[in-house]
Structure formats: structure tokens, C-alpha cells
Design a protein around this ligand. Structure first.
Ligand code: ATP
Length: 611
């Protein structure tokens, strides 16, 4: 019954398009789990509906038995009785509210969990396809869907039996006015349907425009520093105002319609009361009904009309929820990355091999790479260089298994990357992307999150290697320092050093770093070169860089041409050609020592980079 009453859009099974996402149907499953609670809430509603009629019965009895017959004892009994019943009604209402709250929480929890899983488990390219604000708004949609069971609409649906009971009682105590009540009920139901044009048309223009405002605000918030630095306030305010005014105009129009509907129903209800009293008075004078019946019918008529009026005002929330639900169902059905194979394999050597690899972004006019054949590793410092936009980051995302080749295959130590899940790969190949995001919280905890189970000593060693230990030691709370959201309170270079430490802690076979010396000062870059040179003696280190110093200590250089090709050679061969200098830059002493000594064994001991 409840399934029939609930909006069909919210419980309908979405077409799966043959996708295998474990999160598809997340919404339907959430509603299925909440269903027993909703069913029980509906059952509580039946006695609540009956108890809802008590005040009118009380009024009827007071007028007909107490006032006309001076029955004080009857009045005492009636008052005592109504208080008992009101107590029971209160208890029933709290039970129903609790069930509805739990149903709402169940839906919220399940859908949020599915959405979070679906977002984090999808391939990087699919993740990048939506801006951060779009993801954020999807999480807000969950609240709109939850609102269908915790909001007023379901309550109105549950109260519909009360309307029928009220009509039945009116039929008994005030039959002459029943036709007027039924007529008004029909008029109100028709108006409710008429006003629900948003639901019928399946469009919620206002909601869409509100989402546009949210998107613009979110972008402005993220770019606040850039806006301030470039003094872009005026154009940004214009951009926001345009979106805001669009929304306001639509909201104004919608609210105008709603207010007209509300005002009309208020006036109609007054007209209705006047008609009922008039017809009732005539009926009383003709002794067709009692004065008590006349007084009671006013209360009963309100009970009969209020669920219908409630449904009329609930349409808007329903329209929003239906739109949100459709969007969520579509997103949850989108494919995610493969699940873990479940087969435990020993960590392979870090030899990366690309065989006939081509890669093209969807809808891009030309491929970024075509029939690429390369080998890197299993140890050494492999430096990728090339002009902006040539495809360096794309190449390292392919090497890290974050992008899948359009054609060809990439192997690590003989295993095709395509067969592994992200969780499996991350232990073998760890990447540090160009943009580092640092989660807030105590430094030591955030560092440990990268590689659970590591001792404090191992964490400190990794920080020494990445160069983070020096600045952490200067902080009054040291490793216990609480950092704000997004690493607030740390410099960009400090965040990069922390992220590097996390990478070292994982002890992968391949370390991939996209422009790691960005934001680092001369000494820090020297330290990084020393560390990477040391690690590269035992592991495969792949670095994208524009730094000639970093290039100079490479084992091999890979030049991404931007025409789909990659050329490789030693620094002695490539540096003069690519950088216009005769020989590689002299390597700074510490870095040279590290490279020469196989990573300064003393330096590396216990630093989380041993095999
Ligand atoms: N998600 C994407 N969708 C479509 N095209 C993309 C996407 N990401 C990058 N590109 C395009 O692919 C090409 C290679 O981009 P990539 O980021 O790999 O360059 P890059 O060599 O790392 O550049 P930079 O040195 O500026 O970081 C560029 O032309 C870029 O515009």
C-alpha cells in the first residue's frame, strides 16, 4: 500500500544500461530497507486518524449532552476520557515520528554511502568529468530524497484515512452538510492537482537555476585567493549576479504562483466555513441535525480537508525530490572500477612496459599517444620532460593505472595493469599528482593514514627523507600539530613534502611523481634530488619535471613530443638537444653523493624505503 502511495519516480527501478556498478539501484535498495519502517508508520496512522476525530466528538457531546442537560458528571467523564485518549494519541504520534525518522535516516545513510562509494570507485577520467561542485550538489540531493519520507507529504498521505473517517462521522452527525463537504473536498483535490504543474510537467526550473547559483558560488569560494590576487571582484560578482537573478526571477514567479494558491485556499476555506454554518443552521432550525452536530462538523471538515491541502503544498517538495532521485539513480548506475581480484600476488619488480599504447580523451580530435612502445625500470630515475600540454601528466596517469589505454597494454613486472583494482595497484605503484591536497587533522595521523600500521619511527624516517621533518620539528606541537582543512596553516611546499613522505611510507615498487620540485626552494629541491636518487637505486622512480637540475641526475630521459610520440635517451644525449646547453648541469654535492653511494646507506637506514 505504502509503495503505491509513495511517488513512483522515487521507487522505480532505473534502467541499468547493462552496467555492472554495485551501486546501481542504491536508491531502490534504500527504499526497500526503509519500507518496513514506513509500513509500520502507516499502521500507526490508522489509530491516530481515529483519535484525530475525538475533539469533534467531544464538542458534539458537550453541546448535546452537557449544555442542554446540565450534565456536570457527564462533562467530568468526557474530559477524563478525552485526556486518556489524547495521551494515547501522543504516544502513537511519537512512535510514528520515530519510525519516519528512522526511515529517513535509513534512506539517507544508504544513498549517501552508495554515492560516496560510487564516486570514489569510479575511474579517474569519469571522476574528472564532473566538477567538484556537481559532486557536492549530488550529496545535497540525498537530503531532498530523504525529505519525501521525513517531510510533510508522506504525513499528508498517511492522514488520508482521517479524511475518510471524518466524512463518515459527518454523514452520521451532520448528514445535511455532507454534500457541501464532499464538494469542497473535490474542489480542493482538483486545485491541488492543478497547482502541481511542476510535477506533471516533470521539470523543476527553479531547482535547476538554484543549482546554477550553487555551482557559481562553489567555484568562487574555491577561487577566492585568485580572485583577490587578480582583483577580479567585479566580473566575478557580475557572473554570480547573473546566475542569482535568473534563480530569483524564477523563484519569484514560482512563489507568486504558490502564494496565489495558498491565498485562494485560505479564502476558499473561509467560504466553505460560511457555507457549512449556513447550511447547518438551516438544518438545525428544521431539526435535521443538532447544534452539537453543527459545531462538530466544522472541526471534522478541517480534518477532512487538511490532508488534501497538505498534499497540495507538498507537491513542490515532491517535484524536487523526484528530480534529485532521477539524477542520483543515473549517477549510481554509472560504471565503477573493477573490484579487487582477491588473489594475493607478491609485489612485482618495478619494470613498466608499454606495448603499442594509444590514448585519446573522449571527443578529443586527436590521440595524445599513438602506438607507444616503452620500457622503464625496474630501478632508476626516469625523467619525463616536454612542453606544456604535450601529454606528460597523461603518460604518468597511464603508467600509474589511473587512465586505461585506448589501445595496447601496460605491464608491471609482467602483469597487465588492466587486471587489477586500484587498491591492489596502489601498493605497487604510488603516484604524487601535480596538485597536492592535504587533509586536516593531526599530522601524525594523516601521515599514518597513507600506510596504516607504520611505527612512529618509520613515519619520522619517511619525513626525514622527504624533507618534511625539518619544518615539523620547528612546530610547537611537532608531529601532533593539528592542521586545518586542505592543509591550511602549511605552505604549499610543506604540503608537498608531507605528501612525499606518505609516498615513501607505502614502499611501492614504482614511485610516480608529477612535477615534485614545484614549490620547493633550492635546498629543498637538492634534498629531494638526493632522496629520489637514493630511492631510485632500489626502485623505479618516474618523475615529470621541467627542472634541468632534476633532469641532470636522470638514468633515462623521456621526451614527450606532443605529436603522439615519446623519445628517450641518456642526459648526455638529450640535455643538449632539449635544453640548449652543452652538458647536464653539475649535480649538487649531496645529490651526487647519494646517487653515487646508492642512496647513502646511513641516510636510508630505517627510513621506510628499504625493501
Ligand atoms: N580530461 C581531459 N579531457 C580532454 N583533454 C584533456 C584532459 N586532460 C588533459 N587534456 C589535454 O591533453 C593534453 C595533454 O595534457 P597533459 O595534462 O598530459 O599535459 P602536460 O604535458 O602534463 O602539460 P603541463 O606541462 O602543462 O602540465 C593537453 O592538450 C590537454 O589539453
Amino acid at each position: 500500500m505504502i509503495k503505491l502511495l509513495l511517488p513512483r519516480q522515487l521507487v522505480a527501478r532505473a534502467p541499468t544500461d547493462g552496467t555492472e556498478s554495485p551501486f546501481a539501484q542504491g536508491l531502490t535498495k534504500a527504499f526497500d530497507d526503509a519500507y518496513p519502517l514506513l509500513k509500520r508508520a502507516a499502521l500507526w496512522s490508522l489509530p491516530i486518524s481515529l483519535f484525530g476525530l475525538l475533539p469533534s466528538v467531544f464538542v458534539l457531546q458537550v453541546y448535546d449532552r452537557v449544555i442542554s442537560r446540565s450534565g456536570t458528571a457527564t462533562l467530568v467523564a468526557l474530559v477524563a476520557g478525552i485526556f486518556v485518549f489524547l495521551g494515547i494519541e501522543f504516544w502513537l504520534r511519537t512512535r510514528r515520528s520515530r519510525d519516519l525518522r528512522n526511515a529517513g535516516a535509513t534512506i539517507d545513510h544508504h544513498v549517501s554511502e552508495s554515492l560516496m562509494g560510487s564516486m570514489l570507485k569510479r575511474p579517474l577520467m569519469a571522476l574528472e568529468a564532473r566538477p567538484a561542485s556537481a559532486w557536492f550538489m549530488l550529496f545535497r540531493d540525498v537530503g531532498a530524497v530523504r525529505g519525501t519520507v521525513t517531510g510533510g507529504l508522506l504525513g499528508s498521505i498517511f492522514d488520508l484515512p482521517m479524511a475518510l473517517f471524518a466524512l463518515a462521522v459527518i454523514g452520521v452527525v451532520a448528514l445535511p452538510v455532507l454534500p457541501i463537504v464532499v464538494l469542497f473536498l473535490a474542489v480542493m483535490a482538483f486545485l491541488a492537482w492543478w497547482w502541481a504543474d511542476e510535477v506533471r510537467a516533470g521539470r523543476v526550473e527553479e531547482t535547476q537555476r538554484a543549482r546554477d547559483v550553487d555551482r557559481v558560488v562553489s567555484e568562487i569560494c574555491r577561487a577566492r585567493e585568485t580572485i583577490k590576487t587578480l582583483g577580479h571582484d567585479a566580473p566575478v560578482v557580475q557572473m554570480w549576479l547573473q546566475a542569482y537573478r535568473n534563480w530569483l526571477a524564477e523563484s519569484f514567479r514560482k512563489n507568486g504562483e504558490l502564494e496565489t494558491a495558498r491565498d485562494s485556499s485560505t479564502v476558499l476555506l473561509t467560504v466553505f466555513s460560511v457555507l457549512v454554518v449556513t447550511a447547518g443552521a438551516v438544518a438545525v432550525t428544521q431539526q435535521l441535525m443538532t447544534v452539537g452536530g453543527l459545531m462538530a462538523v466544522n472541526l471534522l471538515a478541517i480534518k477532512a480537508l487538511s490532508p488534501v491541502a497538505g498534499m497540495a503544498s507538498g507537491w513542490r517538495g515532491l517535484a524536487r525530490a523526484a528530480e534529485a532521485a532521477q539524477r542520483l539513480e543515473k549517477v549510481l548506475a554509472e560504471p565503477v572500477e573493477r573490484a579487487a581480484s582477491g588473489v594475493e600476488l607478491t609485489k612485482p619488480p618495478g619494470l613498466l612496459r608499454l606495448t603499442d599504447v594509444s590514448f585519446r580523451f573522449p571527443d578529443a580530435p586527436r590521440p595524445v599517444f599513438e602506438k607507444l612502445n616503452l620500457e622503464m625500470g625496474p630501478v632508476g630515475l626516469h625523467v619525463i620532460v616536454g612542453k606544456n600540454g604535450a601529454g606528460k601528466s597523461t603518460l604518468v596517469k597511464l603508467l600509474g593505472g589511473l587512465y586505461s589505454p585506448s589501445e595496447g597494454a601496460i605491464h608491471i613486472g609482467g602483469y597487465d595493469l588492466a587486471q587489477f583494482s586500484r587498491e591492489e595497484l596502489v601498493g605497487w605503484i604510488s603516484c604524487l599528482s601535480q596538485e597536492v591536497y592535504w587533509f586536516g587533522g593531526a599530522l601524525i595521523e594523516s601521515l599514518r593514514r597513507a600506510a596504516p600500521g607504520q611505527s612512529d619511527e618509520q613515519i619520522v624516517s619517511a619525513c626525514r627523507l622527504s624533507g618534511a621533518h625539518e619544518f615539523i620539528s620547528r612546530l610547537p606541537q611537532g608531529y601532533r600539530t593539528e592542521v586545518g582543512e586542505g592543509g591550511m596553516g602549511l605552505s604549499v611546499g610543506e604540503r608537498r613534502k608531507l605528501a612525499l613522505a606518505q609516498l615513501f611510507l607505502r614502499k611501492p615498487a614504482v614511485l610516480i611523481l608529477d612535477e615534485p620540485s614545484n614549490d620547493l626552494d633550492y635546498q629543498s629541491e637538492t634534498h629531494l634530488m638526493t632522496a629520489l636518487g637514493a630511492v631510485a637505486k632500489r626502485r623505479n622512480v618516474v618523475v615529470v619535471t621541467h627542472s634541468l637540475r632534476m633532469v641532470s641526475i636522470a638514468t633515462q630521459i623521456y621526451y614527450v613530443g606532443g605529436d603522439g610520440t615519446v623519445q628517450q635517451g641518456t642526459p648526455a644525449e638529450m640535455v643538449p638537444r632539449l635544453f640548449g646547453v652543452q652538458r647536464p648541469v653539475p649535480v649538487p654535492t649531496p645529490a651526487r653523493e647519494a646517487v653515487a653511494s646508492g642512496g647513502s646507506v646511513v641516510h636510508l637506514k630505517g627510513m621506510g624505503v628499504g625493501t
